[in-house]
Design a protein around this ligand. Structure first.
Ligand SMILES: [Zn+2]
Ligand SMILES: [Zn+2]
Length: 351
């Protein structure tokens, strides 16, 4: 070896960078209880310093409502990618997607353009977000069968209260947590709370329980009931042609109010089911109770004398008997204290 060769810089071949760093993304995020897949993805992106919109490129997806689409369908390739880089299991991924058994018609639709009176793809409870350690969006907030937050007894919101735009964390260009509006930067945790009357909340709870119970029990969800549920705006005269899934949370609340609030005395029972009443017994199981309530709801939503025209102020569908039965069956759980307070309100709204 010559002197020149001795003084030459020593070059040693070491591991490549990609071989020494972890195959996983720097920060992993643990899914929360009943968290929606898109919500977890937005939190994962933020934790790793990537804005929501840019994260679509990292995942090899086209922009737009990329994460909202994944709530409904996630490819095997993408699931493999997430398992490898985000330290997530197949079971955790499956638990964050929307249940396969639920009729797709009950999901709030994905839209590019939003009308003021129209639905948005996702709802939220500001107080849930405000009290979460890690604010996240729940799976049930993507369903038209959910209108209220049981925990906070308030109506879900579907828009930023500052700019009236829907939640759009998938389109966020800046590095902000997903509970800040992508349009104006408003912190959605500060949105005001809207309280609904107890009768409306109980109707929402019953409907959610009927659909949820059948899903959990693995029972097919009655297509007729789904159609009747979707046509509530027409049967209540709130909207001539619109389906319930196409209406804003505010308008859906008005539909529910029409069903259980301030019924016209002369119309009470007009479309009620007959021959399925009778005093409930303590032997009524929850399963048979849900079955009976499903039939009662279906019968009550079936117009017997034609549909009212849009704007017709008559209350032609009345669900007070349905709610009474639900309370008798204890299918609308309440604390003993609130049970006393709501004993009359459940039959008829007092507001
Ligand atoms: Zn809440
Ligand atoms: Zn906003």
């Amino acid at each position: 070896m010559t002197a020149r060769e001795t003084n030459a810089p020593f070059i040693e071949i070491r591991e490549r960078y990609r071989d020494v760093v972890s195959a996983r993304w720097p920060i992993t995020v643990t899914p929360q209880r009943d968290e929606l897949l898109s919500s977890w993805l937005h939190r994962l992106a933020y934790a790793n310093g990537v804005p929501g919109r840019a994260f679509a490129r990292i995942l090899g997806l086209t922009p737009g409502m990329w994460s909202a689409r994944l709530d409904l369908k996630c490819s095997i390739t993408l699931a493999d990618q997430l398992r490898q880089y985000a330290d997530i299991t197949s079971e955790q991924l499956a638990a964050m997607r929307m249940p396969d058994g639920l009729p797709k018609q009950l999901f709030l639709p994905l839209r590019k353009l939003y009308r003021r009176s129209g639905s948005t793809w996702l709802q939220f409870c500001p107080r849930c977000l405000a009290t979460d350690t890690h604010p996240y969006f729940r799976r049930e907030w993507r369903l038209a069968t959910r209108l209220t937050c049981e925990k906070h007894k308030s109506r879900l919101r579907d828009r930023c209260t500052a700019c009236n735009q829907p939640v759009a964390a998938f389109d966020q260009n800046e590095l902000r947590p997903h509970h800040y509006c992508a349009g104006c930067g408003y912190d959605l945790r500060h949105a005001s709370t809207i309280y609904l009357c107890p009768a409306v909340r109980k109707l929402d709870q019953c409907i959610h329980e009927i659909f949820g119970f059948n899903l959990i029990a693995g029972l097919p969800i009655d297509g007729l009931l789904v159609r009747q549920f979707l046509e509530i705006p027409q049967n209540t005269g709130i909207h001539r042609q619109g389906l319930l899934t196409g209406l804003s949370a505010s308008l859906r609340a008005r539909c529910y109010e029409k069903l259980v609030c301030r019924p016209n005395e002369g119309d009470v029972g007009q479309w009620h089911a007959h021959g399925i009443g009778g005093a409930p017994t303590s032997q009524v199981t929850k399963e048979s109770g849900v079955d009976l309530l499903t039939r009662m709801l279906s019968d009550a939503l079936t117009p017997k004398q034609g549909r009212p025209a849009a704007g017709d102020s008559r209350s032609t569908v009345d669900l007070t008997h349905f709610l009474t039965k639900a309370q008798q069956m204890n299918l609308t759980p309440m604390s003993p204290k609130s049970r006393r307070r709501d004993a009359t309100a459940i039959v008829r709204c007092q507001c």
